[in-house]
Design a protein around this ligand. Sequence first.
Ligand SMILES: [Fe+2]
Ligand SMILES: [Fe+2]
Length: 274
Amino acid sequence: MPPIPLPQALGPDLHLLRLPTEPSPDDDGLVLPADALVWRDGEPLLVDTGGARSAASFWAQLEAVLDPVDLRWVFLSHDDADHTGNLATLLERCPAATVVTTQLLGRRLRASLELPLERCRWLNDGERADLGGRTVVALQPPAYDGPATRGLFDEATGTYWAADCFGVALPHPVADASQLDLDVWEHGTLAYHRLLAPWVLDVDRRRWHRAVDRLRSLAPRLILGAHGAPIRRPDVARALDLLDELPDQRAEPAPDQAVLERLLAEVHGLPAAG
Ligand SMILES: [Fe+2]
Ligand SMILES: [Fe+2]
């Protein structure tokens, strides 16, 4: 079993829980993390919970940052399994935690776990809230893969959690996007978003650029998502410009059964079907 990474400190009280997924033979040696974020100061706030297969790493890193019984808020970006995999356990281990959702998100979550309404605080796209002294705004990222998705913007630090948006498969661990070859970052970011949000190709371009501008207008100083590398201020403008380019991309054909058979032949020595 690989060693559990330490949380990455992004500020005095801001910690990224680094939750890389197990690479699969069809990942081309690239790793796509499914991270979570913690603000430790004041009333501690966790953003997303990683996937269930990262449970050991998630809990070890969370406990390295705070005592779970002190956790006060859990913002969920959306209901996908790689963001909510540890939520059921968390509801038991963090009895003081209120889950920041929406009505739609709560309904979708209840397909897989019990989420009492009295433990919820609804926060819709575009709404501002005071979560224990921390002023946050829920803001849907431009690219997303589920209808309940909202990101979270922290006004004091200018930090934006983008849910699935701004992801990129990583060839090696990095502290932030500036440590990736520019080519790898740009191509990887565009390739990732073509899969995340293929619907962008059908979107009216003015409306798409307005969605990117909505985030740009917040002038984020740090952009984080579950599936990539932190994007610090010098790279924020380029990251937003990359999103602007998305409607100009072409759909790529998905790997087919012949590709799977080649992979199986390579990995297990199975004969490729003729
Ligand atoms: Fe997702
Ligand atoms: Fe995700």
